[in-house]
Design a protein. Structure first.
Length: 212
């Protein structure tokens, strides 16, 4: 990663992917005064549980990123259809190229190329294509990964994990998922921290590393 990283871009195929995959790291970079941008490509209206408003995930991602400390002006929300991102991959690529030009991030977080979800794979492939000259880290979503190479770690402090958990709690419509429990998030962060002798951590696959 470039020393002095100032602009961080988080690519989330769906709302909450970024919080799960790198929410603690987002909190850490914001604590360090970095400029963090968050892009959600789908609000997954067709996957909203029965009884919830169709736009609930848009409302929840706004609250979640606010809890992490991301300014509303740095949140970009698209409303592409869930599970159909592969049909519009060229449009997504063009949007990513525009972000590269306008935001010029030093570090990009995106799903792992080994993620099994079709939308995640699309964002990973097109994101790598757009930002191939930039440091790219693929984040871990264990429920979607059969293979994941823990080739990079970001150390976290307890308050940063707590912010991640509070951000995920904003997704009340998704609370029934087993991996959304506070117990799981703490255990996940502790496990990754233990691997590198730290209290807590998040782990990533290195897609591209650019050093000064």
């Amino acid at each position: 990663m470039k020393q002095g990283t100032e602009r961080v871009l988080v690519l989330a195929p769906h709302t909450d992917d970024g919080e799960f995959g790198c929410g603690g790291s987002i909190a850490k970079y914001i604590d360090q005064g970095k400029e963090v941008y968050y892009v959600a490509f789908s609000t997954a209206e067709k996957s909203v549980p029965e009884g919830w408003p169709k736009n609930i995930l848009e409302k929840e991602v706004r609250e979640a990123t606010k809890r992490l400390g991301i300014p509303e002006s740095n949140l970009i929300i698209y409303k592409y259809e869930v599970r159909k991102l592969n049909y519009i991959r060229q449009e997504i690529l063009e949007e990513l190229v525009r972000m590269k030009r306008e935001i010029a991030p030093n570090l990009v977080f995106m799903p792992s190329a080994n993620d099994l979800h079709q939308d995640h794979q699309t964002v990973a492939v097109e994101g790598t294509r757009a930002f191939k000259q930039t440091t790219i880290l693929g984040y871990e979503l264990p429920w979607n990964n059969i293979t994941f190479h823990t080739s990079a770690f970001i150390k976290l402090e307890r308050p940063q994990v707590e912010r991640k958990i509070q951000a995920l709690k904003a997704y009340e419509s998704q609370a029934g998922k087993a991996y959304a429990t506070e117990e799981f998030i703490w255990g996940w962060a502790k496990t990754r921290g233990t691997q590198i002798g730290a209290p807590y951590a998040e782990t990533f696959e290195v897609v591209r590393m650019v050093l000064d």
